[in-house]
Unconditional design. Structure first.
Length: 148
C-alpha cells in the first residue's frame, strides 16, 4: 500500500509543477480574429460575394517564410481575393519580424448548399527561410450558411 501511495504523491507533485516552457512561450504567428464566421447569408440571384479575413502577424524575432492555404467547401474562395495581402505561393518573399498581412476568404452562398452549415480551414504555415524547417502552423476555422 505504501508504494502505491508514494507513487500517487510523486504523480501529484509532478502535476503541480509549472512548466516553464509553456509559461514562457509566445506565439510565433498571431492571428486575429481566431476564426472567420460568415454567419447566415442570403442566397441571391445574381450571386453576392461576401468577404472576410484575418490579420496575420509575424510575432517572432526573426524573418519567416509564411504561406497561407485553405481547404474550403465549394461556396468559399481563397487566394488572390480583394484586400488579401498574404503570401499564397512558395515563391513569395519572406515575412520580416513584426510584419503583418491580411488573408481574405470569399463566401458566395449557393442554392445547392442552402441550409447547410459549411466549414473549412485556413492554414498559416511558417518555415525557416534558410532551412525550410517548419516553425509553426496555425489553423483558422472558416464557416458560413446560405439561406434561400
Amino acid at each position: 500500500m505504501k508504494p502505491l501511495m508514494a507513487l500517487a504523491t510523486v504523480v501529484l507533485a509532478i502535476a503541480m509543477v509549472p512548466t516553464t516552457a509553456a509559461a514562457g512561450s509566445q506565439a510565433v504567428i498571431k492571428v486575429a480574429p481566431k476564426e472567420i464566421d460568415f454567419g447566415t447569408r442570403a442566397i441571391t440571384d445574381p450571386p453576392t460575394d461576401y468577404y472576410d479575413g484575418v490579420k496575420i502577424t509575424n510575432a517572432s524575432a526573426r524573418t519567416l517564410h509564411v504561406i497561407v492555404a485553405a481547404g474550403l467547401p465549394d461556396d468559399f474562395g481563397f487566394g488572390l481575393m480583394p484586400g488579401s495581402t498574404c503570401p499564397v505561393f512558395e515563391t513569395d518573399p519572406p515575412m520580416s519580424s513584426g510584419d503583418s498581412c491580411r488573408a481574405v476568404v470569399r463566401f458566395t452562398p449557393s442554392a445547392f448548399f442552402a441550409g447547410w452549415h459549411q466549414t473549412g480551414t485556413m492554414t498559416i504555415t511558417a518555415t525557416d527561410p534558410a532551412t525550410g524547417q517548419l516553425v509553426t502552423s496555425v489553423e483558422v476555422p472558416v464557416s458560413g450558411t446560405g439561406r434561400l
